[in-house]
Write a protein that binds this ligand. Structure first.
Ligand code: FMN
Length: 160
């Protein structure tokens, strides 16, 4: 099954899982990068990223939007910011239109709810087979085996 994992990650947690997932799926991997970078540290990070998220901004992307028509499975990966999916995903969703695909959602967060973020993605992409979200709390190298196990059982479930 030709697969794509397209994701945004500010601090690397989502990127870490997205890479493992793409390896396991033998999928193409696309990282969304913004023209204007978000601050990665301290108060500025929470202030600017939080504001961008609350106002559901759609920042300009450096990354070319992938050609979704080539894929059978498309996984969109994002951290949760202030309960929402991240602004680069808003931009992606405003330009993405596909249906009849398997749609995976990879979400990482600090432990709160992912429901709103998942809904924001599925709502704008009707007509797809939405798979069980793949959710990780603060994923990192020290949890590699646990993460791989979860990824592998997710892949097994979608292939059944
Ligand atoms: C601005 C900002 C807002 C966040 N808001 C939430 C939140 O509402 N709920 C939550 O559980 N985690 C929240 N987090 C934590 C991130 O979702 C979590 O650390 C995520 O794994 C980071 O992914 P990344 O390393 O790929 O950027 C927030 C982090 C940032 C920077």
């Amino acid at each position: 099954m030709k697969s794509l994992v397209v994701f945004f990650s500010l601090e690397g947690h989502t990127k870490y899982v997205a890479k493992l997932l793409a390896e396991e799926l033998k999928a193409d991997l696309v990282e969304l990068e913004t023209v204007k970078e978000y601050p990665k540290r301290g108060f500025a990070k929470y202030f600017w990223c939080g504001k961008a998220s609350v106002f559901r901004e759609k920042p300009e992307l450096k990354t070319k939007i992938p050609d979704f028509s080539k894929y059978e499975l498309i996984v969109i990966g994002t951290p949760v910011w202030a309960g929402n999916c991240t602004p680069p995903i808003n931009t992606l969703l405003s330009k993405a239109s596909f249906s009849g695909k398997k749609l995976g959602i990879l979400v990482t967060n600090g432990g709160g709810s992912i429901a709103k973020c998942v809904k924001q993605i599925t709502k704008v992409l009707p007509g797809n087979n939405v798979l069980q979200p793949l959710h990780f709390v603060n994923p990192e190298e020290s949890k590699r085996e646990e993460i791989l196990q979860k990824i592998r059982s997710w892949i097994n479930a979608i292939n059944e």
